[in-house]
Structures are given as structure tokens and as C-alpha cells.
Design a protein around this ligand. Structure first.
Ligand code: VGL
Ligand code: ZN
Length: 206
């Protein structure tokens, strides 16, 4: 596929999602060299950054008696409870030190509202509150999106599915992503992405 008219959306390549981080994704840091290698070919580079205030509602620590990876019923519906991660201004919330960030056109922070999580780069987990990304992309005349980063089955999948629903042509580069895979969530995410019309590609296809 040609990418010179596409935006690369680099999802949440942050220390807390890499080995040793608070919500480590197995092999998460392995995405960094692949992303750095392909990024210069795109017309735009967008980085997303999970960016939670202390005491965020998605943290298990905000629900007495509850443990990470259980689910809870929040105002907008079911939500996985996570270990405290990507707290604003902490080292865990910083981008992986080897990720090439200077070439980014936009850094989009998400998950900053204390009561609402945001997996997707387009809509928060209440599925109504927009992040503004769709308007930004349309304003730049971009219609094709390629997604990479962490984690395949949460923030990458939700972003790619929302992108497709918003009318963008969307693809996910599977070898430039890594997954959390919570109780079959990875297989389910690939099925949902396929159903939404998201293409599954590899770096060798770009
Ligand atoms: C993510 C869980 C919680 C992700 C973010 O980037 O996939 N997952 N916050
Ligand atoms: Zn988060």
C-alpha cells in the first residue's frame, strides 16, 4: 500500500506500556524500531499519549476492594480497571526514549477527564465525547490512516475502528503493534477490526 498521502497514528508508545512499566505490554518496546523506520514515509505523523490525572476512574486504586484487570460499572458502562498508569507528568507517561518524536505533527493527549477513560484517539469511552482528531485530520485533507503502537487490542483497535466509522480508510500494521491480550481480547479485536473494514497489514507491505 502507498503511504505518502496517509497519516501514521502512533498509539501510546509510552514507558508504562513497555517492559518494566506499570501496565506493561509483553514485548511492547519492540514496536519502536519498526515505527521509527516507517514514519518518515507518511505525509503526517500523529502521536497519541495516554494522559491520566492521579486518581483516574479507570484505576483499580480508585475503587476500594477492587483489583486491576477486573471490570466495573462506570457512569457510561463497563470499564476494565487498570493499574495506575500514564499519570500526567510522570516518567511512565513519557514516550519511550527511543521513539523518534521530533518529526511528529501532533501529539494528542487522551484520558485526561477524571471520570472517563479514552482508549480511542477519536472518542472517549463514553462513546460520545470527541477528542477533536477527526476534525484535525479533515482540516488537513487527510483521508487515509495507518495505525501502530500499543496496545493492539485496546487503544490501537478502538482507534482504528473509530477511524473507519468516521469514514477514514484505516489499516493496522500488525508487526508494529503489541497486545495486552486479556481473556481473548486480541482475537476479538482483530474480528471487530475486520468487521469495521480495517485492513490488517505488515511493515513489509508498506
Ligand atoms: C491502554 C489500557 C488503559 C492502551 C490505555 O494504550 O491500550 N490500555 N489505557
Ligand atoms: Zn490508560
Amino acid at each position: 500500500m502507498t503511504v505518502d498521502d496517509a497519516a501514521l497514528v502512533v498509539v501510546d508508545v509510552q514507558n508504562d506500556f513497555c517492559p518494566g512499566g506499570a501496565l506493561e505490554v509483553p514485548d511492547g518496546d519492540a514496536v519502536v524500531p519498526a515505527i521509527n523506520r516507517i514514519a518518515p514515509r507518511f505525509v503526517a505523523r500523529i502521536l497519541t499519549q495516554d494522559w491520566h490525572p492521579p486518581g483516574h476512574r479507570s484505576f483499580a486504586s480508585s475503587h476500594p476492594g477492587r483489583a486491576p484487570f477486573e471490570t466495573a460499572e462506570l457512569a457510561y458502562g463497563e470499564q476494565v480497571l487498570w493499574p495506575d498508569h500514564c499519570v500526567q507528568g510522570t516518567a511512565g507517561a513519557a514516550f519511550h526514549p527511543n521513539l523518534a518524536t521530533d518529526g511528529a505533527d501532533l501529539v494528542l493527549r487522551k484520558g485526561f477527564r477524571p471520570e472517563i477513560d479514552s482508549y480511542s484517539a477519536f472518542y472517549e469511552n463514553d462513546r460520545h465525547t470527541p477528542t477533536g482528531l477527526a476534525g484535525y485530520l479533515r482540516g488537513r485533507g487527510i483521508s487515509r490512516l495507518v495505525f501502530v503502537g500499543l496496545a493492539t487490542d485496546f487503544c490501537v483497535a478502538w482507534s482504528a475502528i473509530d477511524g473507519a466509522r468516521e469514514g477514514f480508510e484505516a489499516a493496522v500494521v500488525e508487526d508494529a503493534c503489541r497486545a495486552i491480550d486479556l481473556e481473548g481480547s486480541l482475537a476479538a479485536a482483530w474480528e471487530e477490526m475486520a468487521a469495521a473494514g480495517v485492513a490488517r497489514v505488515r511493515t513489509a507491505d508498506l
